[in-house]
Design a protein. Structure first.
Lengths: 199, 59
């Protein structure tokens, strides 16, 4: 009787463990999202067109942008569009598009400026997820092939062993990606002799 | 919303994991469930290094 109750308890715990693990994987990989306010460019929103002595640059609606006025006021986020001399940008943490007058723009950066830290931690996270997934696979392999291991005690060792490789690899990959993204950020200085926003 | 849900999921994950190991090692499941919930992987780590208790004999 006691044995049956114990097995039933273990089954419940194992189901709970698997359900929470699955939920964590779904949330962390972005498959499942709670906040559905992901940015989408408005239909018909205009891109920003810049010109400097015949050279032309286009910043598409929806791309990451940072604008700064001569006085030092700044706004960063996704470009919604440009309309009647006003640039609309959706900040990362707010839902509404904020206006920024074109006449005030002193500097405009297209791309990600602080990408290094962001992608490093992202890489670290993916490395950890890979460690848990790979470790679980290794654990399954070990316990089915060899009966001499205690499954419970073997699990953390398997996850730890795989994580030793995946976590630094993920962090390194994130650093490289961040450096590339950061290097791709283009700065436009707005002024009469520099870049001018023509549309 | 996600800033509450994800830590809660992690807390429940470690709670279930710790409770499962506790049941395998014949420790009090409920106590270790809450220890796992509150302390996370620390409780799991502590429990992994505990010796397995022998089950009481039923006459």
């Amino acid at each position: 009787m006691i044995g049956e109750s114990k097995i039933s308890n273990q089954k419940t715990l194992l189901i709970g463990l698997l359900v929470t693990a699955a939920a964590i994987v779904l949330f962390e990989t972005g498959t499942l999202r709670l906040d559905q306010n992901t940015f989408q460019a408005q239909a018909g929103a205009a891109d920003i067109v810049l010109e400097k002595s015949g050279e032309r640059a286009v910043i598409r609606a929806g791309s990451l942008i940072f604008v700064e006025s001569g006085a030092g006021n700044s706004l960063a986020g996704n470009l919604v569009g440009i309309e009647n001399g006003v640039i609309f940008i959706k900040e990362y943490k707010s839902d509404e598009a904020l206006p920024f007058a074109i006449s005030d723009v002193g500097r405009l950066v297209h791309g990600e400026q602080k990408a290094l830290g962001k992608y490093f931690f992202k890489g670290l996270k993916y490395g950890a997820i890979g460690g848990v997934a790979g470790g679980t696979a290794l654990w399954l392999l070990v316990i089915t092939e060899d009966n001499s291991f205690d499954p419970v005690e073997a699990y953390p060792f398997c996850v730890g062993f795989v994580s030793v490789f995946t976590v630094p690899a993920g962090a390194l990959g994130g650093l490289i990606k961040g450096a590339i993204k950061q290097g791709k950020a283009v700065e436009y200085v707005i002024g009469p002799n520099d870049w001018q926003i023509v549309q | 919303m996600s800033f509450i849900i994800i830590p809660l999921l992690y807390a429940f994950f470690f709670a279930f994991l710790t409770a499962y190991i506790a049941s395998k090692k014949n420790y009090n499941i409920r106590s270790w469930f809450w220890l796992g919930f509150l302390l996370g992987f620390i409780a799991t780590g502590i429990l992994l290094f505990q010796p397995t208790k022998t089950e009481p004999k039923i006459s």
